[in-house]
Design a protein around this ligand. Structure first.
Ligand SMILES: NC(=O)c1ccc[n+]([C@@H]2O[C@H](COP(=O)([O-])OP(=O)(O)OC[C@H]3O[C@@H](n4cnc5c(N)ncnc54)[C@H](O)[C@@H]3O)[C@@H](O)[C@H]2O)c1
Ligand SMILES: [Zn+2]
Length: 362
């Protein structure tokens, strides 16, 4: 097992990664001393597969499992109030409540948000069970729920007391969900880690088939990158955390335009990364070879063909005013492992290069 320390002054905590980390969950929880009653928030599917394991892991502590819907529905105000009411109903005299989130990014975002506002702050621990949550959503302390008008519109920065990342959970995760995480892993490698990029290129079969050593290496490298960035810019105030948005400007525009229905996040991000790389090459920031390498890795992981959806990109342009009006802020590539934030991009340049991009690669 590896321990990755997140140093954030009074908000510091440890991330435990490794195969079978969850087996020792009970004793770690006891050591953390967060309270004497655990609310385990989990999703329907995760509960159906891991209910017995969760009970066993929490057996030394009085606890209650609260099941929320799968997917984004979990982040609705309705579910938020349902879970909050369940917590109140067991919050009797002498009990010190803390939360354990066991699930994908949706469960972590919801559980973290509730923890941040319940009695002005309850402790919580994250046990991410999707690859995306293990390398991205569970790290960094961003919590949120959705309103009809916008995703993640109600949110807080609120760090967990610990994160337990066990690849064990990935065995039951469908391949399309694994790929959602891999899009973000490719992103991390391009922004910060050429070795990880090469590892992803050279070990695709092992990684996709969740070979234990390969998948753990990817997870730990990604977690370390996100932790390094968070430690420099916990609250997104210094522009460093912005680097994590590589590929996400166009992705968000496409997702908004499609109302989150036509395209998955991973696929949108892969198109966004490819476009950002194309733009970087066109303005002379990176060499053609760098663009080609990014193109190849996305293609190898099966992203490109399925996702270069020209009508959606055009719809995104028309739809997302923030992206096309004013000066969009984008993360661009200098080299594999090195990116930069660019503020001086004109609307014309974006339009022109996006058109070219669609024509050349569509
Ligand atoms: N807080 C952050 O910094 C941050 C970062 C990135 C994404 N997010 C958020 O994360 C969410 C997406 O997270 P996600 O991709 O994990 O999706 P998700 O939470 O919707 O999980 C996907 C599906 O997989 C199921 N599942 C989870 N673990 C499983 C397992 N081990 N075996 C089988 N099925 C399993 C879930 O029940 C769900 O149906 C979005 O709401 C996004 O906004 C947050
Ligand atoms: Zn993302």
């Amino acid at each position: 097992m590896k321990i990755i320390k997140v140093n954030l002054k009074e908000n510091s905590y440890k991330i435990y990664t490794g195969h079978n980390t969850f087996r020792n969950f009970a004793s770690y929880l006891t050591d953390l001393g967060l309270g004497n009653f655990a609310i385990a928030v989990t999703s329907k599917t995760v509960n159906s597969k891991y209910n017995a394991l969760i009970h066993r892991a929490l057996q030394k502590i009085e606890h209650k499992i609260t099941v929320v819907p799968d997917g984004e529905l979990a982040k609705s105000p309705k579910v938020f109030f349902e879970v909050a009411n369940e917590i109140v109903s067991v919050d009797t005299w002498g009990r010190k409540i803390f939360l354990v989130t066991l699930g994908g990014g949706t469960v972590g975002d919801l559980g973290g948000f509730i923890a941040s506002v319940y009695k002005r702050g309850a402790a919580y621990v994250q046990v991410p069970t999707t690859l995306l949550a293990q390398i991205d959503a569970s790290i960094g302390g961003k919590t949120a729920i959705d309103l009809k008008a916008a995703k993640n519109i109600l949110g807080t920065f609120y760090q967990p007391k610990a994160v337990f990342i066990d690849p064990l959970f990935l065995k039951t995760l469908p391949l399309n969900q694994i790929r959602q995480g891999l899009a973000e892993a490719i992103k991390y490698s391009i922004i910060r880690d050429k070795n990880l990029f090469n590892f992803l290129m050279n070990n695709r079969r092992e990684i996709i088939s969740l070979h234990p050593a390969a998948i753990l290496k990817v997870i730990e490298a990604c977690v370390q990158i996100k932790v390094d960035i968070i430690m420099k810019d916990e609250r997104e105030k210094r522009g460093i955390r912005t680097l994590l948005n590589f590929g996400h400007t166009l992705a968000h525009a496409m997702e908004t335009a499609s109302k989150y229905k036509e395209i998955s996040h991973g696929e949108a991000v892969s198109v966004g990364m490819l476009y950002a790389s194309y733009l970087s090459y066109r303005i002379g920031l990176c060499r053609k070879n760098t663009f080609n390498q990014i193109h190849n890795i996305l293609q190898d992981y099966g992203f490109q063909q399925a996702t270069l959806d020209q009508p959606l990109i055009h719809k995104a342009l028309a739809y997302d005013k923030k992206f096309t009006n004013g000066q969009p802020r984008m993360v661009l590539v200098r080299n594999i492992g090195k990116v930069t934030v660019e503020d001086n991009l004109t609307k014309n340049l974006i339009f022109k290069t996006l058109k070219e991009f669609c024509r050349k690669l569509g």
